[in-house]
Design a binder for this molecule. Sequence first.
Ligand code: G4P
Length: 192
Amino acid sequence: MSYLKEKILKDGVVINDSVLKVDSFLNHQIDPIVLREISNEFLNYFKEKEITKVMTIEASGIAPAILVASELNVPMLFAKKTEPSTLQNEKQFATDIHSYTKNITSRVIVSEEYLSADDKVLIIDDFLANGEAALGLIDLVRQGGGEVVGVGICVEKSFQPGRQKIIDAGVDVFSICRIASLENNTVHFVEE
Ligand code: G4P
């Protein structure tokens, strides 16, 4: 069993039937051993893809994404949820991402300067739920004319529709850990 799965079983907290708290090792405090394992698994799965850039969305995707980018020696680009003053006069790609969990729609942006038609982008995020964040990032890469070579997810909630939506968008998804259910206060992984 992967170390991430062990940590989820030991230290993850099931908040309700659809939310898992992983603040002690992934979302707030970060365990470097978990991160290194995650990074190695992504690198192993996507190693043939000639990746030119790793992309995520702030905030929790940044830690796993920077580790993967560092190993590949390529830049890591994160989409921003608010517009900093430094981007105000620059051309931007923008997309709307709806969060079902928070019931809000946010406009996320990246500078046009950092995405081009030559890019082969690996998207990384901590959680996959409804897939809106990943689809938004795919949209940003495609606005720039680049190719999304895959989506790498640390924790996929397989009982929610995110994976299928990404596949329907024509993109490969690799998740290190797939959760089948959080019912009865218990984490059940997808059998693989
Ligand atoms: P989606 O992107 O797959 O559609 O997911 P959704 O809107 O449902 O999730 C919104 C936020 O909540 C995302 O973070 C996502 O990573 C996080 N999230 C979703 N399900 C869970 C869960 O079961 N446990 C935890 N810990 N997080 C979950 P965000 O709003 O972008 O916040 P952050 O990246 O700044 O942390």
